[in-house]
Design a protein around this ligand. Structure first.
Ligand SMILES: Cc1cc2nc3c(=O)[nH]c(=O)nc-3n(C[C@H](O)[C@H](O)[C@H](O)COP(=O)(O)OP(=O)(O)OC[C@H]3O[C@@H](n4cnc5c(N)ncnc54)[C@H](O)[C@@H]3O)c2cc1C
Length: 330
């Protein structure tokens, strides 16, 4: 089947076999993809995904790999690397899904359009941002979405934002057994604003990140924050504003459990920000997976809280119980 699929691709020079994925992920880990196709045009992207769906080839869409823990054994089937990056700026801004979220902010800000300041420092593509409803500082991409150009189960459609079933760092495409889908492009509604104020806000948010987040390879926050008013009340050292909002940062729980600096092989709980699991040098995906499991276990034993993962663990793993979330579709 893979052989037949290879004969259908629009541009054979974009196809590679056994492509190592570590270089495409911000954690710098991950084994090979059986088939790897780099799509640079939306029509090409759509065509490849539609024929893969029709031939029932397991298909994984790769953005900038900034929210992924890819197994050391890699991903079976097809990985489509999304390099479709065109953007048309306006109050209704159109962006292909492989555009970087940062570029989208820069282009819209330069045009005096506000709404994407929170995207500064989120290092993924627009497609990846939609799948995980990326956000920061209480703003999320879902609030801006007008419509989405998407391939679902081999069929191209234009859907409204309700199709994505967005919630906190979540959408239908992150849930167990999601529909097979590839987001091709999105239209976002932005507000006219003062260019100087837009950049000033973005700079302030960027400074906040630089002060708090480690520079080492990571996939950003590994676990989701916990929305639990009762838990927030019973944590003595939690800042009052968080108690009031009923939010407990995952990093707070991990730090309070004494796990900062914990290391397994080359994987480490960042001493700077406890919710960042970093590749401190030479880490394998298995090191990172073990570290994440140890953090979850310890936080559960100490606080009775099951941390939910923001980073998606994907690919083929040795033990059947370590493959989670979107890996279920592979
Ligand atoms: C230093 C750092 C800081 C971060 N800070 C934040 C933050 O503040 N807020 C936040 O929300 N996130 C943050 N992240 C996480 C990450 O950057 C976001 O989740 C980002 O939106 C992921 O985009 P990506 O292109 O890298 O997706 P990938 O990691 O490549 O993919 C993630 C998932 O989306 C799917 N996917 C990607 N593109 C498509 C598509 N076109 N169609 C269908 N499925 C697709 C993939 O199959 C996969 O399941 C941070 C990460 C890092 C490394």
């Amino acid at each position: 089947m893979l052989h037949r699929f290879m004969q259908t691709v629009p541009d054979p020079s974009h196809l590679r076999l056994n492509e190592p994925l570590a270089q495409y992920t911000t954690l710098r880990v991950g084994g090979p993809a059986d088939l790897f196709y780099r799509a640079t045009e939306v029509e090409e992207f759509a065509q490849v995904v539609i024929s893969a769906h029709q031939m029932n080839i397991p298909t994984f869409i790769l953005g900038l790999g900034s929210n992924l823990l890819v197994s050391d054994r890699g991903i079976r089937g097809l990985v489509v690397y999304n390099c479709c990056r065109r953007i048309r700026v306006g109050e209704l801004t159109y962006s292909e899904s492989g555009a970087s979220f940062q570029q989208l902010f820069l282009k819209t800000a330069q045009a005096g359009l506000s709404g994407l300041e929170f995207a500064v420092g989120i290092p993924g593509t627009v497609g990846g941002a939609l799948v995980s409803n990326a956000g920061a500082f209480r703003e999320n991409i879902c609030d801006l979405v007008e419509n989405i150009d998407i391939v679902v189960e081999g069929e191209r459609k234009l859907v409204g934002k309700e199709w994505m079933q967005f919630s906190y760092r979540d959408s239908i495409l992150r849930r167990p057994n999601p529909p097979r889908a590839a987001i091709l492009a999105v239209t976002l509604r932005l507000r006219p604003g003062d260019r100087r104020q837009i950049f000033a806000k973005a700079r302030e948010l960027q400074r906040w990140r630089i002060e708090r987040q480690p520079p080492n390879p990571s996939a950003g926050s590994f676990f989701k924050n916990v929305y639990d008013a009762e838990l927030a009340q019973r944590l003595p050292n939690l800042p009052p504003a968080l108690k009031e909002a009923g939010v407990v940062p995952a990093g707070y729980l991990i730090a309070e459990a004494g796990l900062k600096g914990l290391r397994i092989g080359g994987a480490m709980v960042s001493p700077k920000h406890a919710n960042f699991l970093i590749n401190a040098g030479g880490a394998t995906a298995t090191d990172l997976r073990r570290l994440a499991d140890m953090v979850k276990q310890t936080v559960y034993e100490k606080f009775g809280v099951v941390l939910e993962e923001e980073v998606l663990t994907v690919g083929e793993w040795d033990a059947p119980d370590v493959s989670r979330a979107s890996s279920a579709v592979l």
